[in-house]
Design a protein around this ligand. Structure first.
Ligand SMILES: [Cu+2]
Length: 158
């Protein structure tokens, strides 16, 4: 837990520094860059993931676990994903994006697809901004060499 907190703190600092340097207006919760181009037929399916800390298999080659740095509540929580090969060795050779929103008011707080960043330990980290109490979800997309190999979703009740 301690390493996660340290990693999360470092990550937030990095984010703050990036925001400062690029001097963009502070992020709105309602930006919707959109994952699926308009007019594309067929929404991708995101399967429900096992509970926090349980192994989620990606085919037979990789598995991962997910957890939040703290119980999600109003504000920013860091979603941490640890990716392993089938033998349990930590790897970070997949690209992961996360997209958070409230299913009951789809689009109202859509984060758009945001790339996880990896820390030195190889943990994948993504800040998730909860701006309203209720049901939230984070849609995860895993890619290898630009090709999507897995989609999953995490449901949250805040
Ligand atoms: Cu809402």
């Amino acid at each position: 837990m301690r390493t996660i907190r340290t990693a999360a703190a470092a990550f937030l600092l990095l984010l703050a520094a990036t925001a400062f340097v690029t001097a963009q207006p502070s992020g709105s919760c309602c930006n919707s860059p959109g994952l699926v181009p308009a007019g594309q037929a067929g929404e991708p399916v995101f399967q429900d993931l096992p509970k926090s800390g349980k192994k989620c298999w990606i085919g037979e080659v990789n598995y991962f676990t997910w957890e939040f740095d703290k119980t999600p509540k109003m504000g920013t929580s860091i979603l941490v994903i640890k990716l392993c090969d089938k033998d349990g060795k930590r790897v970070s050779d997949l690209a992961i994006t996360g997209r958070s929103d409230m299913p009951s008011m789809r689009g109202a707080h859509d984060s758009g697809a945001v790339a996880f960043k990896t820390n030195r330990a190889g943990d994948y980290l993504l800040p998730v901004n909860v701006v309203m109490p209720g049901d939230w979800e984070v849609q995860l997309t895993f890619s290898r060499n630009g090709i999507v190999i897995f989609r999953g979703r995490i449901g949250l009740n805040v």
